[in-house]
Design a protein around this ligand. Structure first.
Ligand code: ADP
Ligand code: MG
Length: 225
C-alpha cells in the first residue's frame, strides 16, 4: 500500500477546549488509484490531506508512505520525504509570478536534488497539454492552465503519493471536469496513490473509490460505478 492512514485522530485548540477535526480515520490508497474525498465544508478534508502530507502530526494514529512509517522522523527527514515522495496540489496554484511555466517545475527539481530538470519539466508540461505554453508566466495563463502547471509541478519529483485539495474551486464546471480527468489519467500513467478532495459530486465518476467525511469521521471508501 502506497499511502496508509491508520486510526488518525487530530484535534485543534478551540478556546479552552479542543475541536476534533479527525476522529479515528483510517484510509488506504493503493498505487495507481484515485480516492476522492467528499464532505461538507469544515468536515476535516483539508486536515486529512495535511496529515497525509506529513505537514501536521496527528494526536494519535500512524501515517505510512511507501511502506515506511513517518512517526519518529525529524522535521528535516519529513521535509526530505515530502520532497521525494509526496506531491501536493493546493486549491490556489501558488505559482511564482516571475517564473515561466517550465521554471516553476524546474525549481522543484532543484529542491529534490535532481539538477536543472529542463527536459523532465517539458515532458510533464506536455503530459498536461501545456508544452506550447512552457515559456509563459502565470499572468499569461488562464486559471485552468495555471492549475495544470500546479499539477505538473507536483509530479516533478516523481512522487508516490499525490494529494490534491479542491483543485477546481476556482474553475467553471467544464474546466473543472477536465482537470479532474487529467488527475485521473496521471494517477494511472504515473502510478501515484492519489487522494482528491472535491466538493463537486459530478467529479466522482473519475475516482476509483469515494470516501465521505462528516464531522471528522470517514466512511469506509466505496468503489464507484
Ligand atoms: P474542510 O477542508 O473539510 O473544509 P478543515 O479540515 O479545513 O475542513 O477543517 C476541519 C475543522 O477544523 C473545522 O471545524 C475547522 O474550523 C477546524 N480547523 C481547521 N484548521 C484549523 C486550525 N489551524 N486551527 C483550529 N481549527 C482548525
Ligand atoms: Mg478544505
Amino acid at each position: 500500500m502506497s499511502l496508509e492512514l491508520t486510526d488518525i485522530t487530530l484535534t485543534y485548540a478551540d478556546g479552552d477546549t479542543r475541536l476534533t477535526a479527525l476522529d479515528r480515520v483510517t484510509l488506504q490508497v493503493p498505487k495507481g488509484s484515485l480516492t476522492a474525498v467528499v464532505g461538507p465544508s469544515g468536515s476535516g478534508k483539508s486536515s486529512l490531506l495535511a496529515v497525509a502530507a506529513t505537514l501536521i502530526t496527528p494526536d494519535a494514529g500512524t501515517v505510512t508512505v511507501d511502506g515506511a512509517a513517518t512517526a519518529g522522523l525529524s522535521r528535516g527527514e519529513l521535509a526530505e520525504l515530502r520532497r521525494h515522495r509526496i506531491g501536493i496540489v493546493f486549491q490556489q496554484p501558488n505559482l511564482l509570478p516571475s517564473l515561466t511555466a517550465a521554471e516553476q517545475l524546474q525549481v522543484m527539481a532543484r529542491m529534490g536534488g535532481r539538477g536543472a530538470g529542463r527536459s523532465r519539466a517539458l515532458e510533464l508540461l506536455d503530459a498536461v497539454g501545456l508544452v506550447d505554453q512552457a515559456h509563459r508566466r502565470p499572468h499569461q495563463l488562464s486559471g485552468g492552465q495555471r492549475q495544470r502547471v500546479n499539477i505538473a509541478r507536483a509530479l516533478m519529483n516523481d512522487p508516490t503519493v499525490l494529494l490534491v485539495d479542491e483543485p477546481t474551486s476556482a474553475l467553471d464546471h467544464e474546466r473543472g471536469a477536465a482537470v479532474v480527468e487529467l488527475i485521473a489519467r496521471l494517477t494511472r500513467e504515473r502510478a501515484t496513490a492519489t487522494v482528491l478532495v472535491t466538493h463537486d459530486r459530478a467529479h466522482l465518476t473519475a475516482a476509483d473509490r469515494v470516501a465521505e467525511v462528516h464531522d471528522g469521521r470517514l466512511r469506509r471508501p466505496a468503489p464507484t460505478g
